[in-house]
Design a protein around this ligand. Structure first.
Ligand code: GLU
Length: 280
């Protein structure tokens, strides 16, 4: 089996040091094992994805000295694949349309919390006659889905054998009101379709893997190996994120910093002054 990894940024902002670290990890794991490294642009969110972010991502990776082996793929060009997967799940009776707004869910005091915030309280789960002409998302009936496939496990290089626990996410959205797929569905379909053998990504996505493992079982897709790596924290000790104003790779690139020196430092686990690694 030839190892195949991917770096899968969402072009909803400029990349920061945390992305550089993730890209180096995925790239080096493929290179170190004679494998293939792929770039996948996760642009299903048509309202937030921008062409100028895509251009900056390509320039940043080039600056870091990270070359990908195949032409980059764009999720926006793969919507029929996600539609097919949705149709299959709907045919199994595992999806239901949901008309709730974020405000409706926030107002529901009974909703328990999961890894991504409030869990969906199930308001639309058993609607007798849903009006599909109204804007709606499609949710997975989690209890039914879990019953259908039984207990599942997946393997992480650092955490070892993990018992899948998708129920902690509740009835996740698989197709959004404003996008024909959700992150969970698109990433699972694409990792399988592209023959990704090792998913190398940040530990912030560890919990999402429970859902991905379930979708793999429902859709008869193979389960890759997972390598959830450490995250970078900024001077305030919290994980870097676009919204916290972490310095962008573009700003370092335009300031004349050397990208290859930066990626070499990151691969040795050295992070710039003021930053830290958190986790494995
Ligand atoms: N597109 C996701 C992000 O930018 C990462 C997807 C993944 O690696 O599974 O956070």
């Amino acid at each position: 089996m030839r190892i195949h990894t991917r770096f899968a940024p969402s072009p909803t902002g400029r990349l920061h040091l945390g992305h550089a670290y993730a890209a180096v990890q995925a790239h080096d794991f493929a290179r170190g094992n004679g494998g293939i490294f792929t770039l996948r642009i996760e642009d299903i969110d048509g309202t937030r994805s921008r062409h100028d972010h895509v251009a900056a991502i390509l320039a940043d990776l080039d600056w870091l000295g990270l070359a990908w082996d195949e032409p980059p793929t764009f999720q926006s060009a793969r919507l029929p694949l996600y539609q097919e997967a949705l149709d299959r799940l709907r045919g199994m009776g595992l999806l239901y349309p949901c008309f709730c707004t974020r405000a409706d869910i926030a107002a529901s005091l009974s909703a328990p919390h999961g890894p991504d915030g409030q869990l969906y309280p199930g308001t639309c789960r058993d609607l007798a006659d849903p009006d599909l002409s109204r804007p709606h998302s499609w949710r997975l009936d989690m209890a039914r889905a879990v019953t259908r496939v039984g207990p599942l496990t997946w393997h992480d290089a650092h955490a070892g054998e993990v018992a899948a626990d998708p129920q902690r996410h509740g009835d996740v959205i698989l197709a959004r009101k404003d996008a024909p797929a959700s992150y969970h569905l698109a990433v699972t379909v694409d990792d399988a379709a592209q023959g990704i053998t090792h998913v190398v990504r940040g530990a912030d996505l560890f919990a999402a893997t429970h859902v991905h493992r379930l979708l793999q079982a429902l859709l008869d897709l193979p389960t890759p190996e997972y390598r959830h790596h450490a995250l970078l924290a900024g001077p305030d000790g919290t994980r870097l994120a676009k919204r916290h104003g972490a310095p962008t790779l573009e700003s370092l690139r335009l300031a004349g910093e050397d990208g290859r020196t930066l990626s070499d430092k990151l691969r040795k686990g050295e992070v710039p002054i003021g930053f830290a690694r958190i986790g494995a």
